[in-house]
Design a protein around this ligand. Structure first.
Ligand code: MF3
Ligand code: CO
Length: 265
């Protein structure tokens, strides 16, 4: 069963997402060439804890950090450490917050300095695909309408959808029913109802969709070594337009990179 949230739960989820947006802002203000992913992790954790939240990922199945930072050919679940971000790279930052018992989850891919045009297009397309999926978050639609819209958007641009990982329901747990693949035929699976909350998260590769899992137990990488991008929002289905709880992470979203090429989406 896909949980339906009450008004009270929705209010808590909204609050959790607001703290998550605050954590993204703090990370963004430090992001740039020369910064280590460990530094970003510390900033995110301090921001979340100083507002009485908890990092949702830290300790989840033994995950050691607050954020996932996945650089270039890393798809998701990269563990922060001493690696220094360099001009021309793209990095996905994924953060989860638990506040008053309720989880929010979001991710955004950033460019460091000037980017190649194919990386910029990969990021723009992944963000666009997420929004095409969100556009299908309408009561009465089928779950796979989200999946199909994402796949369609991505493949039109010649990029590929990672199959091995999926989006998910979210609320009192980080991962709830249903699983939300980023590919598939339209009009299958359960019908969407007001009160469902989903973390939709396309992971999109520039080259082949194949991924491998590193022996650190977490990091997912492209097999061909080509770059990958990842965007994620926590989204509420309503009787009308969906409410994107984490939309605030896009507030600086007209600028894909802090110091370099500026490309609007
Ligand atoms: N957004 C990711 C997910 O939903 C991040 C999880 S990282 C983990 O799976 F450490 F918590 F697994
Ligand atoms: Co997620």
């Amino acid at each position: 069963m896909i949980p339906i949230k009450t008004k009270e739960e929705i209010a808590k989820l909204r609050k959790s997402a607001q703290l998550l947006v605050k954590a993204f802002r703090a990370v963004e203000s430090a992001l740039g060439p020369g910064v280590t992913t460990e530094m970003l992790d510390r900033i995110a954790e301090d921001t979340i804890r100083s507002s009485h939240g908890e990092p949702a990922f830290k300790g989840y199945k033994g995950y050691p950090k607050t954020i996932c930072s996945s650089i270039e050919s890393q798809v998701v679940h990269g563990i922060p450490g001493e690696r220094v971000l360099k001009e021309g790279e793209i990095v996905s930052i994924d953060i989860g917050v638990k506040l008053e018992g309720y989880y929010s989850d979001a991710a955004k891919t950033y460019g460091i300095g000037l980017l190649s045009s194919d990386r910029t297009l990969l990021m723009k397309t992944t963000c666009q695909a997420l929004h095409e999926g969100i556009h299908q978050c309408i009561e009465g639609n089928h779950l796979s309408d989200i999946s199909h819209a994402i796949q369609d958007c991505v493949e039109k641009k010649g990029f590929s959808v990672v199959r091995a990982l999926v989006g998910h329901g979210i609320g009192k747990a980080l991962h709830e029913e249903p699983q939300i693949p980023n590919f598939g035929p339209p009009r299958t699976g359960p019908r969407l109802c007001a009160g469902m909350v989903f973390a939709i998260e396309p992971m999109i590769n520039m080259g082949s969709p194949e991924v491998s899992f590193l022996d650190d137990g977490w990091t997912v990488e492209t097999v061909d070594g080509c770059p990958s991008a990842h965007f994620e929002h926590t989204v509420l289905i309503t009787k009308g337009e969906p409410e994107v709880f984490t939309l605030g992470i896009e507030e600086n979203g007209d600028y894909w990179s802090k110091n370099g090429e500026r490309t609007s989406h």
